[in-house]
Design a protein around this ligand. Structure first.
Ligand code: NAD
Length: 496
């Protein structure tokens, strides 16, 4: 049995709490490792080590920090396959998808290599006579990241690249379901020359999270996970005086207008609905078919489903892997049953799929038609390979559905009408919008974030918002008077 330890002070550190969590290979259903679960005291030790490291790291020049990021980028690019294999083994997603996740994380590292430019402030000469004013951005100190199971490398990279580049020490509390990617990243940072303690990993569950949320030396918490936990993180962290950005769950709608290119829309629905077995916060879970395209669209999606190759993610022939756990698979199957019960038409039933491998946490791809907004398959984030079709008559009804939804992470429209697409972009209430693009995850030099129950806080993740989140502004007003020009003036300083 592999033992997964913490990473503190630049090296692996075995836990002392006596508590462990099981780690499974979802493709076989076997437990392959156990991970240490930190106590509050162990978290305090990790934060103390990070605090020491932060003091020295903020003194490191911008070019030194940038050099470490460049080195880290080179190592990560060269060893993507190694990390992808670790992700597949513990998460279950197929290797190509895992490599794609690493590639999207790599983008964030590339963005952060530009830290000398990103940390630039402004300068106003002669703001008043003989007075100059300038702004600078400074790191916060120790910052924490708490991440979900579904992107065990990309989401930590979203956070740590900008946090570290901007001069902070970063403490990661990864998902306890697939924790090995975090330790692999820690070792890579060390190899890239990052000083000890600037990147720390504490494994754990609620106890470790609560310890971070309440620790006085943690200045900021960046969180990605489900909406109820995101809300809890935001409320608890801010109540303890921290800066918090907490990204939550999603229910992403893809609107297909009658003039859309049918095959492209069906391909997109399959890719975005069933990729990573639907365990993506940007997965499409609802297709809103407008008008007469509904029948041919449902048929086109149905016809494609049997061709999706389900299997162990480590097999290069597999296109869709298992779900993260047996409990989660059963919960998703329960949603399909509830949808059927509530009157949805089950076009393809993943519970009855005959092409599933033995042993793992597999569930077949499911397509539900005639779904209505009251059904739990519509209201809840299922986070599995279940695509719901909602039929509406008009574009206006389709947009209303998206805007009335509790979540507002991503959404997409499929159409050949540029005017309709522009109107959609203008009036839809979601943070990330795709036009004939089903998964509009922003490139690293923009920022990622949803609206409504998909994000608590106001700054989005990575990109310019990431630099802003992990730094605070300071404005300096300075005068260097000529000798002999000094005088007493009790009036309020004015700029003329
Ligand atoms: P989760 O909320 O269960 O767990 C996320 C993190 O919170 C983990 O590190 C976990 O250990 C911790 N946690 C869990 N329960 C806790 C509790 N009671 N108190 C304190 N900490 C707790 O999420 P998950 O199942 O790992 O990930 C899937 C969810 O994440 C989905 O809802 C998905 O939409 C969401 N997600 C959102 C985004 C986004 O960018 N908005 C990206 C990826 C995933």
């Amino acid at each position: 049995m592999i033992h997964i330890a913490h990473w503190i002070g630049g090296a692996e550190r075995a836990g002392e709490s006596g508590r462990f969590g099981p780690v499974f290979n979802p493709a076989t259903g076997e437990q392959i490792a156990q991970v240490d679960l930190a106590s509050a005291a162990e978290v305090a030790g990790a934060v103390a080590s990070a605090k020491e490291a932060a003091k020295a790291w903020r003194e490191a020049s911008l070019s030194k920090r940038s050099a470490v990021l460049f080195k880290f980028r080179e190592l990560l690019a060269a060893r993507t396959g190694e990390l992808a294999a670790i992700i597949t083994r513990e998460h279950g997603k197929v290797l190509a998808d895992a490599a794609g996740e690493v590639a999207r994380g790599l983008e964030n590292v590339e963005f952060a290599t530009g830290v000398p430019h990103l940390m630039k402030g402004g300068f106003s000469e002669q703001a008043a006579t003989g007075v100059d004013v300038y702004s600078i951005r400074q790191p916060l100190g120790v910052v924490a990241g708490i991440t979900p199971f579904n992107f065990p490398a990309m989401v930590p990279l979203w956070m740590c690249a900008t946090a570290i580049a901007s001069g902070n020490a970063f403490v990661l509390k990864p998902s306890e379901k697939d924790p090995s990617a975090a330790n692999w990243l820690a070792a890579l940072w060390a190899e890239a020359g990052l000083p000890e303690g600037v990147f720390t990993v504490v494994h754990g569950d609620k106890e470790a999270v609560d310890a971070l949320l309440t620790h006085p030396d943690v200045a900021a918490v960046s969180f990605v996970g489900s909406t109820p936990i995101a809300k809890y993180i935001y409320e608890t962290g801010t109540a303890h005086g921290k800066r918090v950005q907490a990204l939550g769950g999603a229910k992403n709608h893809m609107i297909v207008l009658p003039d859309a290119e049918l095959d492209a829309a069906a391909d997109a629905a399959i890719s975005a609905g069933y990729g990573a077995a639907g365990e993506r916060c940007m997965a499409i879970s609802v297709v809103v078919a407008v008008g007469e395209i509904a029948d041919p669209l449902v048929e086109a999606i149905r016809a494609r489903l049997p061709k999706v190759r389900i299997g162990d993610g480590a097999d290069p022939n597999s296109e869709m892997g298992p779900l993260i756990s047996a409990q989660h698979r059963d919960k998703v199957a329960g949603y399909i049953a509830a949808g059927e019960e509530a009157g949805a038409t089950v076009i393809t039933d993943g519970r009855k799929a005959d092409n599933l491998p033995e042993g793992g946490f597999f569930l077949g791809a499911t397509l539900l038609d005639d779904v209505t907004p009251e059904m739990t398959v519509y209201t809840d984030e299922i986070f599995g390979p279940v695509l719901s079709i909602v039929r509406v008559d008009t574009y206006a009804e389709a947009v209303q559905l998206v805007n009335d939804n509790e979540y507002g992470n991503g959404t997409a429209i499929f159409t050949r009408d540029g005017g309709a697409a522009r109107r959609f972009q203008f009036e839809v209430n979601a943070g990330m919008v795709g036009v004939n693009v089903p998964i509009p995850v922003p490139v690293a030099y923009y920022s990622f974030g949803g609206w409504k129950a998909s994000l608590f806080g106001d700054t989005h993740m990575y990109g310019p918002d990431g630099i802003h989140f992990f730094t605070r502004g300071k404005v300096v007003t300075s005068r260097w008077p000529d000798p002999g020009t000094s005088s007493v003036d009790l009036g309020f300083p004015q700029t003329r």
